[in-house]
Design a protein around this ligand. Structure first.
Ligand code: TYM
Length: 374
């Protein structure tokens, strides 16, 4: 089956094995998991469930990051968001994991909001829209619970004086031919689009510029963003910096389909601002079910958790392994009905969102504590 994964389009039934091969990332093996687990244990934390379940499944140079850290050379974290609309649960996946990494390794986080990107790539958005959305999305970032004082959030247009000179240095080393090959640009692409990846490269080395010495960088993200960092990794050593390391997750699927949750399709997405009734309505109405058409048939034949979106979502969100395994077997044996499974997901989502929404409102007063501009 055909599928597409680029920074601007994700569709079809994604074959992650093929992606590992095509993108040239490495799988996270048991050796690396053990090492990360040992660091987590020092903070009294178990290995993150997204690592236990292979949701964060691939990486570049993670071994090197751990080697350096264990020698006392700390890395910093870098991740981001393209502010094209409201934040949805899919975006929270890499951020929740990034927060865990910040807790375990006690490191700085640089968070980029690419208001320029979303303006350049989305014909319907004005710059004022993406700038406003950047501030709204920043509330979600703060609500995730990153450490104040160690977390620096900025938008590309709001921090342009600092970012732009560095982006020029990247751009000078990036040919149109490479940008075309990696991102598929053509004659109808606007020139801002062609330049843009230079801006996304900058936070991977900006802390090194500011500190006057090279600092390792680790970038958590979903696999769609990898092409940007392939380009970045190619250029950084030529500028005298380390290649950034990265760690990639799978996509939380949309409620109704394969691929990834899309903010532009309201029915397939749960937004961080959806209230409890809306969440319940969306899940009950739209979540693709692996159940049988009638209760009798379901009790007799059982459901298929591997294609059931509610179950898939629980693998991303339910931390308790024993509980998740129980759900898997109960559903497969027909003991648990599709409606009941959906309600379990509704409860999980609403539990998560109630806390998030409270912290999100409080974040309005805390923006200045995190926001960096020039
Ligand atoms: P954006 O806004 O498309 O996505 C933000 C982050 O969420 C990940 N993501 C998902 N993860 C799991 N399931 C999904 N359904 C899902 N949808 C999106 C994305 O991979 C990303 O990590 N250009 C970037 C912004 C950016 C950035 C970065 C992202 C700038 N610098 C550094 C990661 C790392 C963008 O438009 O992301």
């Amino acid at each position: 089956m055909a599928f597409t994964v680029t920074p601007w389009e994700v569709s079809g039934a994604i074959d992650y094995d093929k992606l590992v091969e095509q993108f040239g990332v490495s799988r996270i093996g048991p050796g690396l998991l053990k090492r990360i687990e040992a660091h987590a244990a020092k903070k009294g934390l178990p290995l993150h469930h997204m690592l236990r379940r292979n949701i964060f499944f691939a990486h570049r140079d993670l071994k090197w990051i751990l080697d350096e850290y264990e020698k006392g050379n700390r890395f910093f974290l870098y991740t981001g968001r393209g502010p094209s609309g409201s934040t949805h649960i899919g975006h929270l996946i890499p951020w929740l994991f990034t927060k865990w990494l910040q807790d375990v390794f006690d490191v700085e986080l640089y968070f980029q909001l690419t208001d320029d990107e979303k303006f350049l790539f989305n014909p319907k958005l004005e710059l004022e829209d993406t700038q406003r959305l950047a501030m709204e999305n920043a509330l979600d970032v703060i609500a995730v619970g990153f450490k104040q004082g160690k977390t620096h959030i900025f938008s590309n247009t709001g921090y342009a004086k600092t970012l732009y000179p560095q982006a020029c240095r990247v751009a000078k080393k990036l040919t149109f031919s490479t940008a075309k090959a990696v991102f598929g640009f053509g004659n109808d692409s606007n020139v801002g689009q062609i330049f843009f990846t230079s801006m996304q490269a900058v936070p991977a080395f900006l802390p090194s510029v500011q500190a006057g010495r090279n600092i390792p960088c680790l970038i958590p993200h979903a696999i769609d963003q990898d092409p940007h960092f392939r380009v970045t990794r190619d250029i950084m050593p030529r500028m005298g910096y380390y290649k950034p390391a990265s760690v990639q997750c799978r996509f939380l699927p949309g409620l109704t389909e394969d691929g990834k949750m899309s903010a532009s399709k309201a029915d397939t997405a749960i937004y961080t601002t959806d209230d409890a009734r809306t969440v319940r309505k969306k899940v009950l109405k739209h979540a693709f079910s692996g159940g049988q058409p009638t209760v009798e048939e379901h009790r007799a034949k059982g459901g298929d958790p591997d294609i059931d979106v509610s179950y898939q979502w629980l693998t991303f969100l339910e931390e308790n392994d024993a509980k998740l395994t129980q759900v898997y077997h109960d559903y497969k044996s027909g003991r648990l009905l599709s409606g009941e499974l959906k309600l379990m997901l509704v409860e999980k989502l609403n539990g998560l969102l109630t806390g998030h929404q409270k912290r999100r409102e409080q974040a309005r007063k805390r923006l200045d504590d995190f926001w960096v501009k020039d």
